[in-house]
Design a protein around this ligand. Structure first.
Ligand SMILES: Nc1ncnc2c1ncn2[C@@H]1O[C@H](COP(=O)(O)OP(=O)(O)OP(=O)(O)O)[C@@H](O)[C@H]1O
Ligand SMILES: [Mg+2]
Length: 249
């Protein structure tokens, strides 16, 4: 007759001993292995990692003066949120207004807000129009003008500050047109700032009542900009002057 091991008695003793300590050998049901928000595998965890990465990129692209910039204009917030949610349908943002009204501040604030959303892709170039024209001159960069222009045309996010402030020539008009047209065709989000409005009204003789982007950059560019852009007119006093006055005793 085969020898049979009887486990029942030792198991009963083990169970009784564990029960005395408030423990149990009976499985308590399926274990919950769903990751928590602070664990890999949870969407919130990965969004946070993407946000940290994007904010580091944002900081690298942002001059120290604007590192505390937060978008607080409702139309700028709406544009940034829309761009973050549906980057493939992005439009452009044009911030206009006189000097010191906070255009550059809002622009960097909008870029920060997009970074804070935890985008899957965050690559940004922020430059002024004058610096961009310098870069695109024949000896402006080791990469060469065509490669630089291609980079500006294709970067997922572009801030072009102070559009229309550099001396306009046929060449600046051509370069700006190529840039804006290609970004427009690729549906890539861009932020432009300018001290000039897109168009001003005309007087009784049909003459513009002041300088505007159309007269400085040309009609072709402004017609593209008008079609692809959310225009936000910043108003108010020059913040640089008002903050200096507030600092005085
Ligand atoms: N909403 C804001 N909160 C706090 N500081 C602000 C805000 N907007 C602008 N500033 C500050 O005011 C100053 C002027 O703002 P900013 O440089 O954005 O103006 P701007 O319209 O771009 O001027 P410009 O036409 O000369 O380029 C900066 O020092 C900026 O940091
Ligand atoms: Mg500015």
């Amino acid at each position: 007759m085969p020898y049979k091991i009887d486990n029942a008695a030792p198991m009963a003793r083990l169970r009784a001993g564990l029960a005395q300590r408030g423990l149990s050998t009976v499985p308590s049901g399926p274990t919950d292995t769903t990751p928590r928000p602070d664990e890999p595998g949870h969407p919130e965890y990965h969004r946070r990692i993407r946000t940290e990465w994007a904010l580091a990129r944002w900081e690298t692209a942002t001059p120290p003066r604007y590192r505390r910039a937060v978008a607080d204009h409702p139309a700028v917030i709406a544009w940034a949120d829309q761009t973050a949610q549906t980057p493939e349908e992005a439009t452009a943002l044009l911030l206009t207004g006189t000097t010191g009204t906070g255009k550059t501040h809002q622009a960097y604030g909008a870029l920060r807000r997009i970074a804070e959303s935890g985008p899957h892709q965050y690559e940004v170039i922020a430059t002024t129009a004058a610096d961009m024209y310098g870069l695109l001159r024949p000896n402006g960069s080791p990469r060469g003008p065509e490669a630089e222009l291609r980079r500006l045309c294709r970067v997922p996010l572009l801030l072009l500050d102070d559009l229309g402030s550099a001396k306009a020539t046929e060449w600046t008009e051509e370069v700006t047109y190529r840039l804006i047209n290609e970004r427009y065709n690729r549906c890539l989000p861009s932020i432009f700032t300018s001290n000039l409005p897109p168009r001003v009204s005309c007087d009784e003789y049909g003459q513009p009542t002041g300088p505007d982007l159309a007269s400085v950059l040309g009609e072709r560019i402004v017609s593209r900009v008008a079609e692809m852009t959310t225009v936000v007119a910043m108003t108010g006093a020059d913040r640089r002057l008002t903050s200096r006055q507030e600092d005085q005793p």
